[in-house]
Design a protein around this ligand. Sequence first.
Ligand SMILES: Nc1ncnc2c1ncn2[C@@H]1O[C@H](COP(=O)(O)OP(=O)(O)OP(=O)(O)O)[C@@H](O)[C@H]1O
Ligand SMILES: [Mg+2]
Length: 295
Amino acid sequence: MTLEVQANLQPKEQMRCSFGWQPHNIMSTPNIVLNVNGIEVIYNHVILVLKGVSLNVPEGKIVAILGGNGAGKTTTLRAISNLLKGERGEVTKGSIELRGERIENLSPADLVQRGVVQVMEGRHCFAHLTIEENLLTGGYTRKDKAEVAANLEKVYNYFPRLKTRRTSQAAYTSGGEQQMCAIGRALMANPSMVLLDEPSMGLAPQIVEEVFEIVKDLNHKEKVTFLLAEQNTNMALKYADYGYIMESGRVVMDGVASDLANNEDVKEFYLGVGGGERKSFKDVKSYKRRKRWLA
Ligand SMILES: Nc1ncnc2c1ncn2[C@@H]1O[C@H](COP(=O)(O)OP(=O)(O)OP(=O)(O)O)[C@@H](O)[C@H]1O
Ligand SMILES: [Mg+2]
């Protein structure tokens, strides 16, 4: 398709044409666990942050929400897990469905019971508790002690680093260990789906890779579905199946992760590599060439 023809299309249509994305046939998997349909979110009754966000998460896949600071990634995850209220935010339009059930009015605890757990941005371990105590707080909804113990062992299997630090106070563990602890704690609830907000935040590249490898492992072996928000586009597209790119409260592009990673615009604006005539650092840096989806 020529650029001229693309320029005449609406952004969504462009992506569908360029990636062969078929509505209702996301990654050829009809089994959609989570469907977010045109949601609008307003903070403090006046600040409109999400302006009609739609996305699908198929069962057993890793889906990434990408975008820079303030794009609306965290707000999208908060809307799904119903954590907006504490932030004086609310969903004012659209719908969110989990396996066909509307979930906008469920509490976060109801969602945990339905198998959806969120790992919040910034890790949020309990600083004064040990790693093991932190993990055990994730299993508090479960009554069967033997099951909790088995789950703890399973978490230690996936995160051997946590096993060696099990008696250390979380405050004195590394950022990577705290991120692992936060994910491990979510796993203690035996979720079928984890919403993971910015797992790479503040971590060295090698540790980010280690965390993503574990996410992939959990996805493959435990069949946990992941919806993750990431600024680290490169890493997220390496591990995700599908990606949504957000800017200013809207999804501006979506596609199969490998297609997004090879897309010239994504490379230029999110991966920091320009192709062909756009090699000039100045052009990229000053955003002289307008993003095609904003044209
Ligand atoms: N509690 C709040 N009250 C008012 N505005 C908020 C609140 N939380 C977020 N916002 C605004 O909503 C917009 C989207 O924020 P959000 O945290 O969802 O972005 P993000 O994509 O997660 O960014 P980052 O990558 O920096 O985490 C930003 O403009 C932010 O200032
Ligand atoms: Mg965020």
